[in-house]
Design a protein around this ligand. Structure first.
Ligand code: 2M8
Length: 447
């Protein structure tokens, strides 16, 4: 089917619009994740945003990552939200109440959980772009990498130290928000076991007022669970050991584990080049190997798809989503598994589905029961996910595949609205428009 949307911008005009979105979402201190729906800095959004920004202004890209890492907790965790003064988002800093945390930062308010560790990937990209840009940008980018490397190492070490419980080797999350794929069906079973207690303080959602159609967002039932988990953590004083021991939700996240493996590889490369401590480089190498083995070990014997593991119920989660292709991001799975995954990805169950507007993976296969083309992480296509696969495929030397995903990503977004996510058959932008990370990955694709 052809593009059913009225407007299609040619690439130079699309890039100019993307640049404008990033400029408009700049408060002067941070680039918010989206103008109305997300008026704060989000951790993995900031990483993607810095990649797009580097195409416009290397210095500004560097300062975005520096702002995020200034909010890093003393134990190494990079928080999932760094709050601005804006109070249009719920749950805000008061609800999180991370002041009770022993390890929190003093001068800035943050949430108390983390998000996928894509920051090393962004830092390397900013360096590559800075080096090609000008001698001054090259010098700034190199100094920046040298300075931020120890903080990245501390962040990765936190994930290993606190978040690899159990024998699967997968990195565990204690809240679906940590996965970045908030209401993905990946989490339906573990969330079913989360029983919001009577002590859940009342709250009013703000997101559904901003997104016109509430069915594009998670349900109230889901929000009760999201808020209950925060309540548990707050009561535990954000003590990681206590949380991992007791929280109602603990799941080994295979997608995060794959990103961690490849982000460790990147840090090893940067560490060698910039003369960092050999023991720390050796740690990262070992963590990368372990994470890669954990992803390979999760792959289903028949489908080949990588699986999350419910660490409370001690079972694999067989829900098939885009995260099932995690082994393609980081490698390490046997050749026959990889071939199976690649042919599945190309098949009509995924990118080859005849009715897709753009041949890029939706968050859930359109052939699966429960696929919902309009609902958030339950079916729509997400440009940042496309960027990650395209980037990883390029790195793995699969240039043709990387190019196809990049072209598909541009096709998906060429309506110029920079949707948060897209209806896969019509290309309708959903959730927020002018979403910063969408604009950022489009800029990276086009420049
Ligand atoms: C979405 O998550 C936030 C909570 O963190 C929300 O729905 O309120 C997710 O898509 C997440 O991956 C993303 O980082 C965030 C901001 O774009 O929005």
């Amino acid at each position: 089917p052809g593009d059913r949307r009225p407007v299609r911008y040619p690439e130079p005009a699309l890039a100019a619009r993307a640049a404008r979105v990033l400029r408009d979402n700049d408060t002067g201190a941070v680039i918010t994740a989206a103008p109305r729906l997300y008026p704060h800095m989000w951790s993995w959004d900031a990483a993607f945003i810095s990649i797009g920004l580097a195409r416009l202004d290397v210095q500004r890209a560097i300062s975005e990552l520096q702002t995020l890492f200034r909010a890093q907790w003393r134990n190494g965790m990079v928080p999932h939200i760094v709050f601005t003064e804006n109070d249009a988002y719920f749950p805000g800093p008061d609800r999180w109440g991370t002041e009770v945390a022993h390890d929190g930062p003093q001068h800035v308010r943050t949430s108390g959980i983390c998000q996928p560790p894509v920051h090393a990937i962004a830092v390397q990209r900013v360096l590559e772009i800075g080096r090609r840009s000008s001698p001054a940008d090259r010098a700034d980018a190199e100094r920046f990498v040298r300075d931020i490397w120890p903080s990245l190492y501390a962040w990765h070490r936190w994930l290993v130290e606190y978040r690899t419980p159990g024998s699967s080797g997968l990195i565990a999350i204690v809240h679906g928000w940590e996965s970045g794929m908030d209401n993905s069906p990946r989490w339906d079973l573990p969330y079913a076991a989360v029983q919001p207690g009577t002590g859940l303080p009342p709250y009013v959602r703000k997101d559904v007022r901003i997104v016109g159609d509430p069915s594009e967002r998670p349900s109230d039932r889901e929000y009760d669970r999201y808020l209950w988990l925060i309540e548990e953590m707050r009561r535990a004083g954000y003590d990681q050991r206590k949380i991992v021991r007791n929280s109602s939700f603990l799941v080994g996240d295979v997608f995060i584990t794959a990103l961690f493996a490849v982000a460790c590889d990147v840090l090893v490369e940067l560490g060698k080049e910039f003369g960092q401590e050999p023991e720390e480089i050796a740690d990262l190498q070992e963590w990368a190997d372990n994470a890669r083995a954990a992803v390979a070990g999760s792959c289903h014997s028949v489908s080949g798809l990588a699986r999350d593991r419910d660490l409370r119920a001690n079972r694999w989660l067989d829900t098939q989503t885009v995260a099932g292709f995690s082994a393609l991001l980081c490698g390490g799975a046997p050749d026959e598994v990889q071939l199976k995954l690649l042919s599945l990805l190309d098949s009509d169950r995924w990118c080859g589905h005849p009715d897709l507007l753009a041949p890029v993976p939706p968050s859930v296969s359109p052939m699966r029961p429960g696929f919902n083309p309009r609902q958030y992480w339950r079916g729509p296509q997400w440009p940042v996910v496309v960027w990650l696969f395209s980037w990883a495929f390029e790195r793995r030397g699969w240039h043709e595949r990387a190019r196809k995903l990049r072209d598909g990503g541009v096709k998906l977004t060429e309506d110029g609205s920079f949707g948060e996510y897209y209806e896969p058959f019509t290309g309708e932008p959903l959730g927020s428009t002018d979403q910063s990370w969408t604009a950022a990955v489009v800029l990276d694709w086009l420049c």
